[in-house]
Design a protein around this ligand. Structure first.
Ligand SMILES: O=C(O)[C@H]1O[C@H](OP(=O)(O)OP(=O)(O)OC[C@H]2O[C@@H](n3ccc(=O)[nH]c3=O)[C@H](O)[C@@H]2O)[C@H](O)[C@@H](O)[C@@H]1O
Length: 321
C-alpha cells in the first residue's frame, strides 16, 4: 500500500514538472479572400486536375451503372443451379401450376435442365411493391414444398420452413441457406409451435405409399394432429391457411375426372387409409375451422401420373374460396 502511495505521489510530482505553456498561444487565422473566377479556372487546369476529376466521374458512373447487375449476382439472391418451373395465375380464383422433374432410382430429384426458371427475381422499388409476408411452409424440405419455398422467396416473402426430415432433404433448400429471408426449423408438426406469420402452407406429410405405410399410425397422427396444430396457429395469429390434399381422398373413384363436388368411393379400413382418411380428416378440420373461426383457406389437390419409371409430372388444382 505504502509503495503504491509513494508511486502515486511521484507521479503527481512529475505532473507538476510538465511545463504548462507547451501549446502555442491561439492566434486566429486571417479571413480568406474569395478567389476570383480566372484564378479558380487556372487552379483547375494546373497539374492535370481537370483530367483527374473527369476520370473520377467516369469511374463513379460506371460503378452505379453496374451496381444493380452485381447485386443480383450477390449471395442473397444466389439461385440453385437447378432450373425450376412453377407458374401461378393469381388474378383468378383458380390457379394451376406444373412442375416437371426427373426422379432417380434412389428417390432423389433433379429438375429437367431444359426448363427455364420463370420465377425472375426483380428489384422492386421501395414503396411500390406489396407488403412482404412472413409465411410458414410445413414439409418445405420435400419435393413440392421446396419448389413452393423457392417461388415464395423469389417473389420477396420471408419463409420459415418446418420439417422433421422424414422424407425431406436439406439439399432441397440448401441454396437458400444464408438468405436473410429464409429460416429452417427441424420440428414435427404433431407438436404445437407458436410463430408470428401471415400465411401457413401446410404440406408436411409422407406422400408415397412406401413412406406412409411405414408407420401408418404416425401418418394419420401427422395428418390429424399436425393439421390441428397448424389450424390452431392460423386461428391464433389470424393467418391464411393452405392445405395440400390429394386425389386419394376420392378412394377408388367411380367418376373420372373427379369434380370437387364428388365425395368419392372410399375404404376407411384399408392399408392406404392412414393417408387417404388422414387427408380427408385434414380437409374436414380445415372446413370446420373455416366455418367456425373464419379462417381463409385453400386446398391443393395433386394428381400424380407416372409417364415412365424415371419421369413424372404433377398437375395441381388450387382452389381458393
Ligand atoms: O402428392 C401429394 O399428394 C403430396 O404432395 C406433397 O408431398 P411431396 O412433396 O411429394 O412429398 P415429400 O417430398 O415426401 O415431402 C413431404 C415433406 O413433409 C415432411 N414431413 C413428413 C412427415 C412428417 O411427419 N413431417 C414432415 O415434416 C417430409 O420430411 C418432407 O419434407 C405434399 O407435401 C403432401 O402433403 C401431399 O400429400
Amino acid at each position: 500500500m505504502k509503495q503504491l502511495h509513494k508511486q502515486s505521489s511521484v507521479n503527481h510530482r512529475r505532473d507538476e514538472e510538465i511545463p504548462s505553456n507547451q501549446t502555442p498561444p491561439y492566434s486566429p487565422k486571417s479571413l480568406k479572400q474569395p478567389r476570383s473566377l480566372p484564378r479558380s479556372i487556372n487552379y483547375l487546369f494546373k497539374e492535370q486536375r481537370l483530367l483527374f476529376i473527369l476520370v473520377g466521374i467516369l469511374i463513379g458512373s460506371t460503378f452505379f451503372i453496374l451496381q444493380p447487375t452485381l447485386s443480383r449476382l450477390g449471395p442473397t439472391e444466389v439461385r440453385s443451379s437447378i432450373p425450376r418451373s412453377f407458374s401461378t395465375d393469381t388474378n383468378t380464383t383458380t390457379t394451376t401450376a406444373t412442375i416437371s422433374h426427373t426422379q432417380d432410382a434412389s428417390g432423389s430429384y433433379s429438375a429437367d435442365s431444359n426448363k427455364p426458371f420463370h420465377g425472375k427475381v426483380g428489384r422492386v422499388p421501395v414503396g411500390i411493391g406489396r407488403r412482404r409476408m412472413r409465411i410458414v411452409v410445413t414439409g418445405g424440405a420435400g419435393f413440392v414444398g421446396s419448389h413452393l419455398v423457392d417461388k415464395l422467396i423469389g417473389r420477396g416473402d420471408e419463409v420459415i420452413v418446418i420439417d422433421n426430415f422424414f422424407t425431406g432433404r436439406k439439399e432441397n433448400v440448401v441454396h437458400l441457406f444464408g438468405n436473410p429471408r429464409f429460416e429452417l426449423i427441424r420440428h414435427d408438426v404433431v407438436e404445437p409451435i407458436l410463430l408470428e406469420v401471415d400465411q401457413i402452407y401446410h404440406l408436411a406429410c409422407p406422400a408415397s405409399p412406401v413412406h406412409y405405410k411405414y408407420n401408418p399410425v404416425k401418418t394419420i397422427k401427422t395428418n390429424v394432429m399436425g393439421t390441428l396444430n397448424m389450424l390452431g396457429l392460423a386461428k391464433r395469429v389470424g393467418a391464411r391457411f393452405l392445405l395440400t390434399s390429394t386425389s386419394e381422398v376420392y378412394g377408388d373413384p367411380l367418376q373420372h375426372p373427379q369434380k370437387e363436388t364428388y365425395w368419392g368411393n372410399v375404404n376407411p379400413i384399408g392399408e392406404r387409409s392412414c393417408y387417404d382418411e388422414g387427408k380427408r380428416t385434414a380437409e374436414t378440420l380445415t372446413m370446420d375451422y373455416h366455418r367456425g373461426a373464419g379462417i381463409w383457406y385453400g386446398w391443393l389437390l395433386s394428381y400424380l401420373g407416372f409417364l415412365c419409371c424415371h419421369f413424372f409430372s404433377r398437375i395441381f388444382k388450387y382452389k381458393v374460396t
